[in-house]
Design a protein around this ligand. Sequence first.
Ligand code: AFD
Ligand code: MN
Ligand code: MN
Length: 371
Amino acid sequence: MLDSADVLSRFRIALPTWGFSPMGTRFGTFRMGDEAADVFGRIDACAEVQASLGMTPGLAMHFPWDSVPDWAGLARYVRDRGLRVEAVNPNTFEDQIYRLGSVAHPQAEVRAKAQEHLLECVEIQRRLEAPYLSLWFADGTNYPGQGDFRRRHAAMVEVLLPVARALPSGSVMLLEYKPFEPAFYHTDIADWGAAILTAQEVGPQARVIVDLGHHLPGANVEYTVAMLQHTGRLGGFHLNNRKYADDDLISGSIDPYGLFLIFRELVKGERLYGRRLESISYALDQSANVEAKGPALILSTMAACEALAKAVLVDEKELEEAEQQGDVIRSQSILREAFLTDVRPTIAAFRRSQGWPEDPLQHYLAQRRKG
Ligand code: AFD
Ligand code: MN
Ligand code: MN
């Protein structure tokens, strides 16, 4: 029976190691004193958050930011802290040679350099036994006429095909779309349509990852989730929240109802279409520019749990009846009923049953005070 305890027992979210790097915007970076000095400090900081949350044993790691000479030592360091590596995120956006793109760059030698890094990351994925290679490209252009959309798309697919073939068997390539930033005129994977087109051209191991901050104002994200699920190409989420752009704010902090509607589609995907909740990857991808990093990750995780626990309360049978009868008011009331239910006692009871701190934020803050 699909109920809160059942889905919460299967729901895991990966913590981003980059969440403990100095965070800021192009207008400045404010030091909060909780920045980690290196990859081991970032792993320790994630382990501290996991000790309070209990449901975030996975790490989303970023390379070369997290690169080390001793990969076996890194894998051991992660394992010894009760963690595992969920996703390897390459970086083809910072090196100077990527000014005009990486995988979609007009020059073959730059694309070759990007492909080399992606293949290195597949090797890292293998060493760290990470099931996901999570690809986001900053590729795009700033002006009309600067680049040919279709030539760039074809070049990108050509770069990705050998990477997909090199993936460890059973692992998944996640393709992340984003309408703009840092490219301001077009991006080479601009929306879910471009992402699914690219995934279909790259092969069966390619899926689409939905970053909640990567939609234009007014986009119906839950519709996108439902369509991606329908095609079997929904690979996962980068959870955060946005007011205006890719703001990387705490999940549920701006639009908790939108988060609930997304999780309703995921629960419906399991209830009606057999797509198990845990068959895709969930990671936080947020930037704590003015707040403490650990607490921000904890609030995001709890917001996702609340959205999930509310989504399970929706009576889809009743909704389907209302839909058949064209009873719009009844369908709206059914959703409101679920969304307005205070699920915090249910989540606290579930967390107690797992032996996890009931209030992870207070637990974390208390641990930090102990020093
Ligand atoms: C930035 C990008 C994208 C990517 C993340 C980690 O917008 O969301 O997933 O960095 O590389 O937020
Ligand atoms: Mn992201
Ligand atoms: Mn982003």
